[in-house]
Design a protein. Structure first.
Length: 364
């Protein structure tokens, strides 16, 4: 194969040095470097020290590619962190999609039962079904320690060729995304600053990274046999399909337009997820209601998938509009749409106490 990109080729070569440090921690070279640069931490987590040698700086640069392809192979699960390490083969970023907040487990070993195999009941209780399936099909080797492996290669050993290919794929993906000439960091900043609930921001982060279990994405990962939408029969249930193109989504946005006047514009097929957060082709005052509306559509879809009764579309629209309106009231973002049929807060009659609470629904 040809190595067209010299920088990536160099990184792939340097990755090999880092890989050796991980595989042979007792080698003379590894012991010297550890003594000098990461005595109190590990190769993968250490930060660059001042006055580091040229060689060490180069090895750290190669770590960039290592962290993308390294994965933990599970033995007793004692040294693998559920929410931080990559440990789920062929599964999104190699980590669970289930949010880690409020979870009591931290090490993979806590998900194993006494015989060293997966504790299925516990796993199904903690994780989203798509994560649970990925965990349960991950092999474990009881009575062994967890090890580092190189995921892109069949025999788990690092190769410059596969590392280069990994970097090359990423370069192509990135240049596609940067077609809109916005840098990734600017986009993240915009995302975190949006006046939408944190769960909607996290949801959008997943939309952008395609960390959502739609049929099309699961099919691509060989988890689902077919990619089509089970609701409208379309060929491919992509994220865009669920949020904009499916029959439910179309009725949702129709109803939204007829009741609030906010019309979802035609968005670019590749950059739509970025355009919505940077208000490209989208009126600023409608942005929140579109993002929250899409979150509501995603929740509707999950409820349906789990066999729960779905709410009528008008309630889902109302919920999104109310939430956007409440946030606008709380902050100062202008919003063109107004909730309809929802009375504004009124103070209680004399002699009465009024208790205001907030509620949210979750798809499990
Ligand atoms: Zn559909």
């Amino acid at each position: 194969m040809g190595f067209r990109d010299t920088r990536n080729f160099n990184l792939a070569m340097l990755g090999k040095q880092g890989w050796r440090l991980l595989m042979f921690p007792d080698s003379l070279c590894a012991r010297v470097l550890k003594g000098r640069y990461y005595n109190d931490s590990s190769f993968l987590t250490t930060t660059r020290k001042k006055h580091a040698s040229h060689t060490w700086r180069a090895i750290l640069a190669g770590r960039e590619v290592l962290t993308q392809g390294l994965i933990r192979r599970i033995g007793n699960g004692e040294t693998t962190l559920i929410w931080r390490d990559r440990w789920l083969p062929n599964h999104f970023s190699g980590q669970p999609l289930t949010p880690s907040e409020g979870q009591l487990v931290s090490r993979v070993g806590e998900l194993l039962s006494e015989n060293g195999q997966w504790d299925e009941a516990l796993i199904r209780q903690i994780f989203f079904p798509v994560d649970a399936e990925a965990i349960l099909r991950t092999p474990v080797r009881p009575n062994h320690e967890d090890l580092w492996a190189w995921e892109p290669e069949k025999f788990s050993m690092y190769s410059v060729k596969s590392a280069y290919r990994l970097l090359d794929t990423r370069r192509i993906n990135e240049s596609n995304l940067q077609a809109e000439s916005v840098s990734e960091n600017t986009d993240w900043n915009k995302l975190w600053k949006l006046k939408v609930p944190p769960k909607v921001k996290v949801f959008w982060w997943r939309v952008i990274n395609e960390f959502l279990p739609t049929r099309q994405i699961l099919h691509k990962k060989h988890i689902e046999p077919i990619a089509n939408c089970d609701l409208c029969g379309a060929d491919s249930e992509s994220i865009r399909h669920v949020l904009m193109e499916c029959s439910v989504a179309k009725s949702f946005w129709e109803y939204m337009k007829s009741t609030t006047g906010a019309k979802l514009p035609m968005l670019h097929p590749d950059s739509w997820a970025y355009d919505l957060i940077s208000c490209k082709g989208v009126a600023k005052q409608d942005q929140a209601v579109f993002l929250i509306g899409m979150y509501a559509l995603w929740m509707q879809r999950n409820r349906r998938k789990h066999g729960e009764p779905s709410r009528p579309i008008k309630f889902a629209v109302q919920w999104a509009v109310d939430m956007a309106f409440d946030l606008q009231q709380a902050g100062s973002a202008p919003l063109s749409v107004k909730p309809q049929g929802t009375p504004l807060w009124q103070k209680p009659e004399a002699g009465w106490l009024k208790c205001n609470t907030d509620g949210a629904f979750y798809d499990r």
